[in-house]
Design a protein around this ligand. Sequence first.
Ligand SMILES: [Fe+2]
Length: 183
Amino acid sequence: MESLEELFEEQLKDVYYAEKLILRNLPKLAKKVTSKELKSAFLEHTEQTKTQLERLEQVFGELGKKAKGKRCAAMEGLVAEAEELMEEAEASAVRDAGLLVCAQAVEHYEIARYGALSAWAHKLGEKKIAKLLEQTLAEEKETDAKLTKLAESEINVEADVASEKKSQSRRGESERSGARVRS
Ligand SMILES: [Fe+2]
């Protein structure tokens, strides 16, 4: 690989492969989470991913090339981590929090890729391509921000666990006092 054009095309294939992988796997994650908000965030991003793939196909078209993916080991690794978590942990708010972080890692990867690709497109004087990539970059950033908000609001794992423990011990106390009344 010697030119920026070549590097650009390589990375374009990488992200095309990555998006296809996400399109297949994000609905699986959505099925497994217990939080309604997280589920709908995953499903919404699945729809966005379809548009993002179309944009990438447009970019390939602008370059006079056929859309083609190249195996992306990084994204495969991120997907494998999420799969592991789904197998090993029972459905719970804690697992939701883990899957949310997996999804965020995916977004961060994509943000890095689209950021570089759009910068390179500008360098190469490909304004139309840069615009397409920037649209997707903005969507990925929005999704990331949304996930951060969800992580902060709803899935405050420690708080959930602590309040559950408290209510369990309260239940224990009332059962014990009930036993005393009966005796
Ligand atoms: Fe994406």
